[in-house]
Ligand binder design. Sequence first.
Ligand code: CP
Length: 328
Amino acid sequence: MTGNNIQLDEHGRLKHFLTIEGLDRSLLLNILDNAESFSGVGDRAIKKVPILRGKTVANLFFEPSTRTRTTFELAAKRLSADILNLNISSSATKKGESLLDTLRTLEAMHCDMFVVRHANSGAAHFIAKHVAPHISVINGGDGRHAHPTQAMLDMFTIRRHKQDFRELRVAIIGDILHSRVARSEIHALSTLGVSEIRVIGPRTLIPRHVETLGVHVYHNMSEGLKEVDVIMMLRLQQERMRSALLPSASEYFQLYGLTEEKLALAKTDAIVMHPGPINRGIEIDSKVADSSQSVILQQVSHGIAVRMAVMALTMGHSDARAGDGDAD
Ligand code: CP
C-alpha cells in the first residue's frame, strides 16, 4: 500500500477502485487514456481482447442496477474474463449468510475480482480490507458515499465533447445530499482542474459545508445555469430520504427540473448529462432528455470502455491499451 490509500499497491498502482478521493490527476488521465483505447473494441467484428483471459470476475449487486451491472458484465466479457452474476435475491444471503462468509465462498471458487454495489457507505472498503491479497475490488456504488466508475465515464464523456477540463464551468443539479454520484463527480472534476464547479438544489438537498469541497452553491436555477458548459442532472433518491425533504414532485420540477427554457440559460453548446435512471417530468423534461444536447445514452456506452480500463488496470495491466490482438 502507498500511505494509507488502500486502493494503491506498494508501487502506487491501482489495486482496488473504491473512490476518486485521494487519487491523483495522472492516474485519472491514465484511466481515460486506456478507456479511449478500449472504446474501439466495441466496433470490431469480434468484440474481445484477451487481456483478462483466465480471470474470474464476480458481480455482487446488493442493490438494484441496470447500467452499472450490465456494463461491468459486458466489459468483463470483452476482456475475455469469466463472469459470475450473483443473484442476491435468491442467494444464501437471504438465509442469513454474512457478507464475509459470502466473500469466503466466492474466494474458494478462485475469483479474482469483486464488483460490489451495496446500500451501506463503506461496504466496498470493508470488502477490500478483508479479501485475499490477489483479489481486486471495484466499487459499483456504496450508499451515499461513492460511485467512482460513474464519475470516470462522465469525465470520459465530457472530454469527448469539451477537451480541456481547465476551461470548463460545470453545474451539478438536484439531490446532492443523497448522491454518491455527485460526491465522486466533485472529486473527479476538481482533480482534473475544472475552473468552476457549481451545485444547484433546494436547501434540504444540499449537504452542509459542501463548500469545503471547493464548489459554489446555488439555490436558483436561473443564476446557477448562467454560462455553464456542462449540466449534470441527478435523480431524486426517494429511497434514501428518511423524511419529507420536498413539497411535491411537481413543485420540484417547476423549480429544479431541466426544461428547454432553463437549458437556454447555459452556453449554447452546453451538454446535458444524467447518470440514470432518469425520472422524466421530475428532474428533466423529455424534450431535453431526448434533445441533441443530451449525451445521456453516450454516457451508458462509454461505461463499457471505462470499466474495461479500470478492470484491466486493477488486474495489473498498468498500461492496458487494447492493442490489435483479438481473443481466440
Ligand atoms: N448510473 C447508475 O448507477 O445506474 P444503475 O443504477 O442502473 O446502475
